[in-house]
Design a protein. Sequence first.
Length: 337
Amino acid sequence: MGWLVALVVWTAAGARIGRVAARQPTPLRVAMVVAVSSAAIASTLAIPDVAGRLDTVAPAPGLSQIVLELAWTLFAAASAVGAVSVWPILPRAALRAVAVVVYTVAVVVGIGLAGGYPVPALVFIVIALTAVVVTGVRHVAWTPLGRGISLIVVGSATVLAAAGVGLVREVSGQTWTVGSSPAYTVAAVIVSVGTVWVLVETWLRARQDLRRMDTLHSVLVTRFPEVVEGDGKGSTAVLRASDAVAHVMDALYLQAGAGMLDTDEQDLPESTAERARILARWIDDPVASDVLDTEWIALPQGMSPRRWVLELADAYTEFGTSAPAPAQADTADSAAD
């Protein structure tokens, strides 16, 4: 089980490192890398075989426990820096100075941990993660980012609770080791999943969007190939999904005559679903359908281009499955004659 936990956490750490390498590093992104990497190191050292091997080759006894404690202290410091970076009252120029101070304090209390004084480190972890939880709760929402933040808040709160218990025991004269509770392992997994939640959910939603838009996109791109620039094969799923939305909107604009066709005055249906069904018939056979102007393809109020294109894609797919096959239509016409 310990190996599986370490694999999950290290995978998340690799994803965050790749994110920083691909984009401009910011204090928040760097802090997320440090936090999840520290949790990964701690999860690895929580495996008895790994800790035992390190202690065997280490020049000083108990090195694995010292590194484990330092890793969780650094996790708390990096998490606090990430939380502070989103505070609107903190000037951007002062953020780096704050980060240096927080990391310096973490190093100092970490030295105290190595010297056998865990209380300062536990106090630091409690204060740092309290800032993380309070800040994170304000940003929890039912969005991909909000869901990721909620997981980070839960994981940080778990470490906060474990550190609080340890602090109480140390103050009461009992011995407590940072990172010794199974709660730390659970927290490492939760935080790791939270740090990559947005990346994973965005990728999955992009793949789902591409599948939903596939039929509509293929028809319109075949009809209006000029809306496509390049083959998009080297692009990511997220970018391909975004491009597909743009292709559909551009092709619909061209099919509507780019606003230059004379059209009959038609009132738009109040129902967005009904409007999408009429557009689906128009997309399928623009010659037999009434001429529609660009007002019909414009975004409904309060709807994003992505949601509107997906609504049209679903209506077009439903229209294609419910429409009679050509042979059946011919037979019906012959019978009528």
